[in-house]
Write a protein that binds this ligand. Sequence first.
Ligand code: BLA
Length: 508
Amino acid sequence: ITINKSYDSEMCGSIPLHLVNLVQPHGVLLVLDKTDFRILQISENAGDLLSVPAEELLGQPLSAYVPQEKHEEIVAKIAGQASQDKIPFTLPFLAQGIQKTFDAVVLPQDDYILVELEENTAIETEHFASLYRHIKYVTTLLKQSVTVQELAQRFSEEFKKFTGFDKVLVYQFDTQWNGIVIGQAKEADMDDYMGLRFPASDVPKQARDLYFRNPYRLIPNRNYTPVRLIPVINPVTQRFTDLSETNLRSVANVHLEYLANMKITASMSLPIIIEDKLWGLISCHHKTAKYPSYELRAAMELLTGILSVQLEAKQKEEHMELRVELRSLHVKLMEQLYTSSNFAEGLLEGETTILDLLSLSGAAVSYEGNTWTKGITPDAQEIKELLSWLRRSKTGGMYITNSLPADYPHSKDYKNVASGLITIPINAEQGEFVLGFRSELIQTVNWGGDPNNAIQMEPDGKSYHPRNSFQIYKETVKNSSAPWQQEELIAAETLRNALLEKLLKERY
Ligand code: BLA
């Protein structure tokens, strides 16, 4: 077994998901000619679902199987779908005197048209009304949540009730594309993933990218026999057909094993996209096979969209509150600065200090050959050495880290560990800085299974498997401080401008 953390970009990230030439068997995939809608390729399960063998359908226009009186309408729909966004329509399919209805989704490509057919599960008007009432109800409930956490938890609970899935998770990506479960609702006998972090390679980059092209990924039953498209090679492009946008696309083996290891049979995930970035996922699990209707999937899409908008608003609100608070601290600090005899005193002494503004454990000001300190800081000699390192290598604007020892190993030996550092250069070449320190915050990260074993390599060096345990694996993170928030960095920059302005006025 080899251990390595670069699976996301290297191994898992290079599995080609779209050129597999295989689909899941819960629908039929058709590749149509752009001009006359003749069937160029079709999945081999056509016989099962459409009651006409795949070979027989090849080369025929799709309309040959649509009742006469519907021809015009269906042809117009297929031709006109280009502008619409994957909205399914009902397709009547007539073979051997028997008519079946299918939900059809048209996915126009450059050189051909993809059509996905799934057996229609038409809903009653009454059902629709209840669906609508439910969506309204959930939306209202979500609005009452105060924090992001609360919103995520409430959503999980309501979404579980609404969809009937055994488990619903709200999963938020971190800056390294690991993900943390921030909301969970589940059947009692299922594993508890609340608060756990999962490594980036669990949802590798190309899988994440596909969420910008598809509103969900549905795997109704991991125990399926994949179905081939025939002919294997697309006759127009002379290549495998790109299945990126299809729902039916067959699932990567490593992920099917993953689902088995999680002891689930069905899975459906939907993206939470905020400001054009993949913020997180809704992940739904079911112990047995589960095949939600198109209508339910559409409603799930809608609710996830509503959640995304509310999360965005909630986050903005939280940032705004912090900004307002920092703004008022800044104003107080400025008053002090302009009334005190020297600027170090203005920053470090008095009712409000830079420690309050930037949530520091200690601070130092080095100016005109003197050094003043406040709170928990490294000792005089250590600060002197740190300043000369900064003067040599960190003169280009503010330097911010939440793990100083990673950049400057010497600092590991400080008596008062200063794991976080923010510098506000006054005159960096002269070694004049304001330094803000944050103490070490030893953190325990609870992983969903050991991330170092995310991939189990076989001795042949080629075959591999996902990890088979999602038991909590505790990692202790040392030598780092609490992270710096965007708003705090803005406050530091604002403070820096104000300081420079004041010092300029004094000098000239
Ligand atoms: C796909 N992995 C996925 C998907 C999810 C996860 C949600 C999308 C498909 C789906 O909805 O089932 C991961 N699901 C999670 C996580 C949780 C969850 C983290 O519920 C947390 C609770 N996977 C591995 C390794 C590799 C890998 C080692 O563990 C690579 C070598 C790959 N995962 C992988 C691939 C896909 C995937 C390739 C895409 C599968 C597909 O769409 O065909």
